[in-house]
Write a protein that binds this ligand. Sequence first.
Ligand SMILES: [Zn+2]
Length: 296
Amino acid sequence: MVDAQRPWKGPILDNHFHLNRNGRFLDAAKDFKNVGGTHLVHVHCPDFSSPPTSLSEHRETYADTIAMANEVRKEHDLHVRVVLGPHPAAFAHQFIKWMDEDGDKGLERACENYRDSIDAALEFVQEGQAHAIGEVGRPHWDVSDEVWDLSNLLLEETMTLAAREGIPLQLHVEGELESTYRDLSEMASRANLPTHRLIRHYSPPQIDESITRGLTSSVLVGKGALDPLLASYENNKTGFMLETDYMDDPRRPGAVLGPKTVPKRTQQLIEAGMDEEMLWKCHVDVPNALYGDAED
Ligand SMILES: [Zn+2]
């Protein structure tokens, strides 16, 4: 049902999309497809009310995220990649709660749980069932120094693992522009991780390379994003992708952006003068280089 009037007829990828069995799930994927979407990156979303606390529970919840991706492939013939990992918000809350209850022991247990969740994700990546680890990062709200430092320590540890394993990370971080990119690029260099393998989810639309410092930006394409993106993309060498962070949360319909947004913005970008080569890079070459080729 691709509209003949659409100026861009190539592949369209949404780089950060959550699906939820209790949300619109297959219907949301269908909305994406009906407006020209072809490739989804389905990012694991934990049950924030009771995140997993053991290796086997991590495996179980990840397996369900993979099963959802399979259902979308089968039902809608969309290409779906999977990203698995411990969401930094869920992890930070768990860390605070266990430390309150159990002091240093709670802290240790929280770190161990984080590492279990990374190990479980890595197993699925090595098996080819998942394509990156994420979203990992650090809290985007004010936390104590202790929580902040621990989040950074674990994040850098995960970067070291990503460097060793040759895999990309999808990052969920606080919203600052220059200081966040600078900090993350410094962490990557300490971890020997090529910076482009850090994909900044929910990236602001200013992607001048002097700001992004070699990280890959996954730009959240709200209405106001187009002008700053159009003004800066020619100064970005590393590459970027587009995303909605679609939440598929029945309690918060309309939170963040809807499933049709990336296809819609892609058409607006080409109408506003972004060239086809750049769009091809954004929807095909950059994701293929990071996650592996999208086999048809
Ligand atoms: Zn997300």
